[in-house]
Each structure stands twice: as C-alpha cells, then as structure tokens.
Design a protein around this ligand. Sequence first.
Ligand code: ASP
Length: 436
Amino acid sequence: MKTIVAKFGGSSVADAAQIRKVAEILRADPQRRIAVLSAPGKRSKADEKITDMLIGCHARAAAGEDIGPVFANVRTRYLEIARELGVAADVGRVLDEVEQTIREGGSKDYVVSRGEYLCAQLVATYMEAEVVDAAELVTFRDATTVDTEKTYRQAASLLKDKGHLQIVPGFYGAYSDGQVQLFSRGGSDITGALVARGTGADLYENWTDVSGLLMTDPRIVEEPEPISEISYRELRELAYLGAAVFHEEAIFPCSEVGLPIVIRNTNEPEHPGTRIVSEVGTDRGEITGIAGREDYRLGRIEKVLLNKDRSFLARLERILERYGVDVYQSASGSDSMAFVTSAAELDPVAAHVAGDIRRELSPDSVELDTEVAVVGIVGGGVAESIGLGAKVLGALGGAGINVLFMVQGYSPYSAIFVVPQRQYGEAVRAIYGMSR
Ligand code: ASP
C-alpha cells in the first residue's frame, strides 16, 4: 500500500469541529497512515495561537511575572477541545506538568513544543492512534541544522506500517541528549517533509485553510486563479519574491528525491489543491505566479568611473554588512550603481550607512530613500521566453507605472520589476491582467 504523510496546520486543529474534519480526512484514505500536527491555531482573526500563548507564558515567567491568567487560557483551550471531542485523555495532568515546568524556569523550546505535543495526544486519543514523539524522531545538530540522515533513519524505523494511524507532533525535535529544540515558526511543515522523506512516502499532503496556491495575492487581485501544479524551483522563486507559501525549508527534503507535495484545504477537502512536483513541462514561457515585497528602498550611488574601481562593490557590501543590511538585488554601470534593500533593515541605520559610504567610497552622490516595491513574475521558461518581458513592461507602462529597476536572467524562472511603492497594487494587477 502507498503511504501518504498528511500534515495539518494550526487552523486545521484550532478546535473540536476542525479536528473532526481532520479525522474525517484521515479516515477517508487508509494510505494516510501518518499525520503530523501543529498546535491549535486561531479560530478567528482576533484569536491567539496556542504557540503564541505559550511563548507569552514563558516570557512572563522569565520576567518574574505571574503566568496564572495566561496559562489559564491555554488550559481552557485544550480542556474545551477534549470535552467537545468526548476525550477523557490525561490532558489535565500534562497541563499541570507544563505549568509547573514554566514556573520552574523550563526552557522556552520545551515549553512551546508542548503546544503540538498536547494536540497530538488529544487527537490520538480521539482517533485511537499512536503518538510518536518528535523528540525521538527529529534530531538536531545545532539550533538551525537537523541531522537529516539520522532523522530519516529514525523515521523509517519508528514509523513502520503497523496497520494503524501514527501521529507525530510537528515543530520540534531534540538534540542527541534529549533536549528539545524548536524549528522556526511554521516549522511543522518541515517536520512533515522530514517524516515523508524518511518513511519513503509516496505523497506529502499539507492541509491548511486555503485550497492550494493562488496565482497572486487575493488581497490585491480579486479571486486570482488557483495554481494547479508548480515545480519546486518555481515555488522557491515565489517565496524569494515574498509569497507566503509553506515553509521554504520544507521543500528540500521532498525536492531532493522528487517526492510530490500537495497543498490542500481542510475546509474544502474535495478541492484538489496545488501539486508541487519536479517538472511542470518547463519552458512553457507562461507566468505561473506573481508575487512581491512592499516597503523596500532603492539606493543609488553616483561616482565617475565607478566601474574602474574593482573593489567598489565589495567595499559597499562590507559597509552594508556592518549594519546588517542585505542587498536584495543590485546592478552597476560606468558612473553609477543601484541596489534594492528592505526598508526595515535600511531605514534605522540609513544615516550611518550614508555617512560610511561618503567617508569610505567618496561618491559624487548617495541616495538611499527612494520608496519602492518589488514585483516579480515566476514561471518555467520565463527568462527564455521572447517578448514576455516586453509584455510585462507594456502592461506596467499602460498602467502609468515607471519601472525604476529591473532584473532578469539571474534565474531561468523569474524576473523582477521594481516600481514606486505607492503603485505596488496597481503593478500586480496590471501584470496579472496581462497574464490572463
Ligand atoms: N505552531 C507553530 C507556529 O505557530 C508551528 C506550526 O504551526 O507549524 O509557528
């Protein structure tokens, strides 16, 4: 029988009603024999995620404040879920232990990981499934590196097909000595990918609250078309351009072996969602997705014969690095150069950066405050497609948008257009309109 690893995000396990949907999805296909779960997320926009509540509790305890009222909310959430599901699990005892651990100064990672741990326990009791603790499955080498080989081996041995559902809490693992370590936020996606890869699964299903990926941001374009299939590379380019897709690091364990990922909606399980695969008939020369980043800055430096100074760009990089500013894109010519960087990084240190540039690079002029947004197109064969760039420029020109900077050719899959910040939405809509 084939194996599907099904990961459910925070909104899919936010309350008892959502967990019933999860159970139905899991029961609908016996190939879904491993589930990876997040901690209960928001039930409404105004709600708080369990993960954030636990982070808050830990911070309060560390500051010597009383955690009572905040932890009471965590307790209520779990007890409510248990009661509504009719589960007589030992949640109360585990909650007492967690509260005690927080009061005694337990590590933040351990405390926060209990969000997914408790959720897995509850759902497993409800579904008569087995919990396999992520601390025994995912082994970290250091805070940001997983020992993937060991993790895959452990997944293969602990998650052998035993004829029943196995549930793994997402978002954390442990060092060899057992000390718990969290992934970065949204990290249950990574747990799911590691488990899928380690167990040699045929498919990694990522269940969330949207029916797959959309061609662009629905807050900007009304009802954009869904993407039915996209390649790993295209997805990574979209993430680079700012699309909030699933966790970037979750792609590699799957893309390395061509393990397909599908993004689906717990609230609309009949929708096929988006498949992420190795190849999608590349060189189509069509736009798969449009994404962007707002609140960026275009910096420009003028200096006669700048191009003759071999170390100019390296010295500029060093100045920016000194202040923790990353260059997103850059280009240079004979007497000037421009670079794009995020406002959040540059603005607080802009005066220092400008001062150092003047002192160390003796430019004719420096300007660091042009407010811009980055808009990019992604698609197989975008870079080789004759005339596509002209069409995008035509659409932007038609909308009265001046392109201040553009880059193409750094990747076969994408191209970037930098426009005035205030015209970001119009730019996305113009390109989307042209691509249909
Ligand atoms: N619960 C964690 C978070 O809110 C991890 C996850 O949901 O993937 O970031």
